[in-house]
Design a protein around this ligand. Sequence first.
Ligand code: ZN
Ligand code: ZN
Length: 348
Amino acid sequence: MSRTMQGVFFLEPGKLEQREVAIPEPGAGEVVIKVESATTCGTDLKGFLRGHRLFRPPMPFGHEYSGVIVAVGAGVTRFKEGDAVTGANSAPCNHCYYCKRGSPQLCIHLEDAFNFGSYAEYFRITAPIVAQNLHIKPDNVPFEHASFVEPLACAVMCIVNANIRLGDTVAIIGPGAQGLMQIQLAKAAGAARVIVVGRAAGRLERAKLLGADITFSTNDGDAIAFVKEQTGGYGADVVIEAAGNAETWSQALLMARKGGTVVQFSGLAGGTQVSFDATHLHYGEITMKGVFHLTPRTVELAVQALANGTVDVAPMLDGKIPLSQVEDGLMRMKRSEAIKLAVVPGMA
Ligand SMILES: [Zn+2]
Ligand SMILES: [Zn+2]
């Protein structure tokens, strides 16, 4: 076997490079996988275009993955060579202030725990991830779908924190990959009706395909008025903002009924200020919450949701590409021609 491999590196905003580098060796507690699928992600696109505070160039690029274990480090007992696996690319420390208070997604060591480099033939999985957030790939889930586990775990995190009750009407703003997974999870959590607000007709079509009962394009008018009209004038029980701009953060509040819950799910650029209707927040007793990232439990639930069919990711996958086309793939996402692509290093 050759001791080198091809991997894609992030050099600076707007610049990637495919390099020949040494195949990683597993340290204690680590495993190395042969990557079968590394899905492209909105975070990669944003980071590629503008840089990201966690991207320290030259940095091995890509963070979603599935593959087959080719080498196992000392002390690893849960996995062996030949196991097909998938997982998240971070893990909590379990001993900091937040971990001890049951919020591992807020772990103060999270930034150091991120593991990048899945756009490569081989990928080393660090020990805390192997111990907590690596899972055997279910047999009935193809590799290209299994690499959705990390973003799906974030969508699960959103839904388990959204206070959805049986029979609820849930409004989701933003039919991107997250919104499309959240539709299916909201239904599984008991929502009777899911209303999806977006713009592009193609995205709204996919939302329908994945279980949205009603869709509304903001090209056709006022989304707040539409959601109210659909709910007898009250507003939705639960509103999820997954579009990622200050204006929709503000609108989400006004789409919720009195006593309802608003989840501000999409991250905005550092320092962004958002204004809200304070009257509706206070007199309407709205619960508004931020939900971020994932936990080992939501990673576990994401693997289950793929295995038992609760979430179908096939309609979000717009094809497979080789390593040499990562940049091209990200540009297709930018032009809204693709939601996600599976980078398959073994492809010619
Ligand atoms: Zn991702
Ligand atoms: Zn911690």
